[in-house]
Design a protein around this ligand. Structure first.
Ligand SMILES: *Cc1c(COP(=O)(O)O)cnc(C)c1O
Length: 372
């Protein structure tokens, strides 16, 4: 009965169960093989992920935060450098920038699509000498990557794409992560391509960056036991790589399920004056890592839906520039007005590829029935 259903915000176990037979057999294969770190599965996954994204090289790493840190290190970013990025992102983006001591400078976002505002970026670039830009493709929607790239080129700035929420999103015929200088991915279990543990990858078509990242992910080794730089330990393990190899061929299909769910939400939600459904850019695809609406009634909606056993999320409840670790005055040199306004209105609907369209419809019916 519809009344008794309970709908989580995300459900990585459902994704495992869908591919259980293949995943279990891949896991046994690795356990029996005896290679557990950086072995044949990681190498094969790196080749397959590079081919999938259209980049020349992919390097498996331990998680998405490390992917961004390693990308910045490979690009030569250091403690005296400024890195432009958005405050409207997972805090991980900032944590990666701060790890080698670089200074983040916050850029505001576009009010319609929630990605980096090109005008705000121009202002930041006019005020500070920026070494790198970390562009976040938030919720599965790509930023205006070509405009950002041409601006960056003019000022000799490296562009790193944070694709932790945009696996498989496409702009023209180019995939997220393959357009800027370096692309960074997380395979945290709830991401569009999720491992069953931590995982990440860096992609690039620049051979020198790829070589540096490969060395930096393993103590800066140039050859076994001999380091030519001070690297870190950030390796993708064989089990996760084998699991990702099972899931990668189904990523497009899983993303299509997400798009179908989004369509059910957008077509059936009423009260559009109170609930603004997501807008999709004309020039790129949206892979709906999250389905995020804007509503001045979002706290009420979220609370009421808990009574219906439907769980909504907030991505994210507090912009990074208001979090005490990153609330430094020197990081905020331009207005972040849109970022601030949005934080009180965003609301993430349940979204995972195994959510049935019937259940998605049930969610819209319950939201429509609210007295807003
Ligand atoms: C998840 C996420 C990350 C960090 O990935 P981890 O694998 O958790 O380290 C970075 N940026 C964004 C936008 C994310 O959503």
């Amino acid at each position: 009965m519809a009344q008794n259903i309970s709908i989580p915000q995300c459900n990585p176990k459902a994704n495992y169960l869908k591919y259980k037979a293949e995943i279990d057999s891949a896991v046994s294969r690795v356990l029996d093989n005896g290679y557990y770190i950086l072995g044949p599965e990681v190498e094969a996954f790196e080749d397959e992920f590079a081919a999938y994204t259209g980049a020349k090289y992919a390097v498996g790493v331990a998680n998405g935060t490390d992917a961004i840190e390693l990308a910045l290190l490979a690009a030569g970013v250091g403690p005296s450098d400024y890195v432009a990025t958005v405050s409207h992102t997972a805090v991980a983006t900032l944590s990666a920038i701060r790890r080698m001591g670089a200074n983040p400078i916050f850029v505001d976002i576009d009010p319609k699509f929630f990605t980096m505002s090109v005008e705000s970026l121009e202002e930041v670039i006019s005020l500070k000498k920026i070494k790198a830009i970390v562009v976040v493709h938030i919720y599965g929607q790509m930023a205006e990557i070509h405009k950002i790239l041409s601006l960056a080129k003019k000022h000799n700035i490296i562009v790193i794409e944070d694709c932790a929420q945009a696996h498989g999103a496409v702009n023209g015929n180019q995939m997220a992560g393959s357009i800027g200088d370096i692309g960074c991915f997380s395979f945290y279990p709830t991401k569009n391509l999720g491992a069953l543990g931590d995982g990440g990858a860096v992609i690039t078509s620049n051979e020198s960056f790829a070589k540096k990242i490969k060395s930096l992910r393993q103590y800066g080794w140039e050859e076994r036991y001999i380091s030519s730089s001070q690297g870190i330990n950030s390796r993708l393990d064989e089990l996760q790589a084998a699991i990702l190899r099972v899931k990668l061929p189904f990523l497009a299909q899983d993303n299509n399920n997400r798009k179908d769910i989004a369509k059910v939400y957008s077509e059936n939600l009423e009260n559009h004056h109170l609930i603004q459904v997501p807008l999709i850019r004309a020039e790129s695809t949206h892979v709906f890592h999250q389905y995020v609406v804007l509503s001045s009634k979002r706290d009420f909606i979220k609370e009421q839906m808990i009574k219906e056993n439907i769980i909504f999320g907030l991505h994210y409840p507090k912009p990074v520039h208001h979090q005490s670790a990153y609330a430094l005055e020197e990081y905020k040199i331009v207005s972040l007005e849109v970022t601030d306004k949005l934080a009180s209105e965003i609301l993430s609907f349940p979204m995972f590829p195994e959510l049935s369209l019937d259940d998605a419809y049930h969610v819209t019916k319950k939201v429509n029935a609210l007295q807003l």
